[in-house]
Design a binder for this molecule. Structure first.
Ligand code: F6R
Ligand code: MG
Ligand code: MG
Length: 362
C-alpha cells in the first residue's frame, strides 16, 4: 500500500467585490501568499466562484486535520484583513467565531475532503458553486453515479456495472443513512429529491473506495441567523472504473433549478461557467457552477482545466438565461420565490405582528 494523499477543498466568503458578486484579486493574492508559506501542503490552487474563495489543497494529514483546518482558517483571516482594508462588502462574513477551535466545520467555511491512494493516473474534478446550497449537488451526483441515461459506463463498463453507495445526510436532524444503488434508488429519491433537507454527502464504490464528497455545511443553520447561502463545493474522482470526465460533467448540460440566487430566497437555474465568467450579477445571479479538472501527480495538482469554458456548454448557458428570464417574470411569487419555510430572509413575522388584530375567523 502506498502513502495516502488527502485532497481538501475549504471555502469561504470573506468579502465581496462589488457587493456579493466576485472576489477581489488582492484577496486571491493574499490567499496564495498564506498557503505558499505552509510546510504541510504538497500543493495548492486558489480558485474562486462568485464571492467565494476556494482553497484547493493536497497534503498527507488526512481529513479533518487540525493543522490544515487551522491553515485555511488563518488564510481566511488574512484575506479578511485585506477585505477590510479595501472595505469590501461583508468582510469576514463567513467566519462565525473569533477563535479557531480545531476544525473549521461549524465555524462558517464549507469543507469537502477525501483521502485516497493515488492511482496510476488520478483525474479529479472540483466543482464550486455560488448563490446556492449543498443540496444543489444531489441531482448531478445522482445522474453521475446512478443514472444510465447520463452515465453509459453503468451499463457497459464491467468495473462500474455493480453500482455505487450513497451517504445521504438529513441536515435538519443531523442524521445519515447509506443507500446501495441501483438496488435502492427509489427509496433514495424520496429523500434526495428534497435537497433543502437531505444532501448526498459522499459516494463510494461497492468496494468502499471514495468516489465523490460534497460540503454539507448549512451556514444559515449553523449561525442561527442569515449570513448568506452555503455556496457548496464537491470533489469527484474520475475514470478507470469511476465515471468518465465527460459523464461527470454531463448533468450540467441541463441547468437544473436550485435554491439560492437573490437573498438566498429564490429558485433559479444553475449556470455552468468558466472561472472568468463566475461573477453573478443579474439579480445577484443566476447561481453559478465552475468545474476545475486536475491530474494528481504525487499530490501535485496538475491543472486546472476549466471545463465549463468549453463551447459545448454554450447551449446550457443560453437555456439557463431563458429559464432565468421566465422565472424573473414571476417576481415575488412562488415558485420563483422560495417556499416560506425555506426563505433565508423574511419579513413575515413582523408583517404578521402588525396585522394580527385584523385577522378574523372565517
Ligand atoms: C445571496 C446573496 C445576495 C445578498 C443580497 C443582499 O446569497 O449573497 O443576494 O443576499 O445582495 O445582501 P445584503 O443583505 O448584504 O445587502
Ligand atoms: Mg457574499
Ligand atoms: Mg457566495
Amino acid at each position: 500500500m502506498g502513502e495516502k494523499i488527502t485532497l481538501s477543498v475549504i471555502k469561504a466568503d470573506v468579502g465581496g467585490f462589488v457587493g456579493h458578486s466576485t472576489v477581489h484579486s488582492e484577496l486571491l493574492e493574499t490567499a496564495k501568499q498564506e498557503l505558499a508559506k505552509s510546510k504541510e501542503l504538497v500543493d495548492f490552487f486558489v480558485g474562486s466562484v462568485g464571492d467565494d474563495i476556494n482553497l484547493i489543497m493536497t497534503h498527507k494529514k488526512g481529513v479533518d486535520s487540525e493543522d490544515i483546518h487551522q491553515l485555511a482558517w488563518n488564510t481566511f483571516l488574512a484575506c479578511t484583513e485585506t477585505a477590510k482594508k479595501l472595505k469590501l462588502y461583508g468582510a469576514g462574513q463567513d467566519l462565525l467565531s473569533d477563535a479557531f477551535s480545531g476544525n473549521v466545520k461549524g465555524m462558517g467555511p464549507g469543507v469537502a475532503e477525501m483521502e485516497f491512494e493515488e492511482r496510476k493516473s488520478e483525474p479529479v474534478i472540483v466543482f464550486m458553486a455560488d448563490k446556492t446550497e449543498p443540496g444543489a449537488w444531489n441531482l448531478p451526483l445522482y445522474k453521475i453515479f446512478a443514472d444510465p441515461f447520463n452515465t453509459i459506463g453503468l451499463v457497459i463498463d464491467p468495473k462500474m456495472h455493480q453500482g455505487f453507495k450513497f451517504e445521504v445526510q438529513d441536515l435538519i436532524h443531523n442524521k445519515k443513512v447509506t443507500f446501495n444503488c441501483p438496488e435502492e434508488i427509489y427509496d433514495m429519491l424520496v429523500f434526495i429529491g428534497a435537497p433543502g433537507h437531505y444532501c448526498i454527502k459522499s459516494v463510494h464504490t461497492k468496494d468502499g473506495e471514495i468516489a465523490a464528497v460534497s460540503s454539507t455545511q448549512r451556514l444559515n443553520l449553523t449561525a442561527g441567523r442569515y449570513v448568506g447561502k452555503d455556496d457548496p463545493v464537491c470533489i469527484v474522482r474520475c475514470q478507470s472504473g469511476l465515471p468518465a470526465v465527460g459523464e461527470v460533467l454531463e448533468p450540467f448540460a441541463n441547468p437544473h433549478l436550485v435554491s439560492g440566487w437573490m437573498r438566498g430566497s429564490h429558485t433559479g437555474p444553475l449556470m455552468p461557467v468558466a472561472m472568468k465568467d463566475a461573477s453573478p450579477s443579474r439579480f445577484d445571479g443566476p447561481p453559478r457552477v465552475v468545474a476545475l479538472g486536475f491530474q494528481l501527480a504525487e499530490g501535485k495538482l496538475v491543472g486546472p482545466q476549466d471545463f465549463f469554458a468549453d463551447v459545448g456548454f454554450n447551449k446550457a448557458r443560453d437555456l439557463a438565461n431563458d429559464v432565468a428570464n421566465y422565472l424573473r417574470r414571476l417576481g415575488p411569487f412562488e415558485p420563483h420565490r422560495l417556499h416560506l419555510d425555506e426563505m433565508e430572509y423574511t419579513t413575515m413575522p413582523d408583517v404578521m405582528k402588525k396585522l394580527k388584530d385584523r385577522f378574523q375567523d372565517i
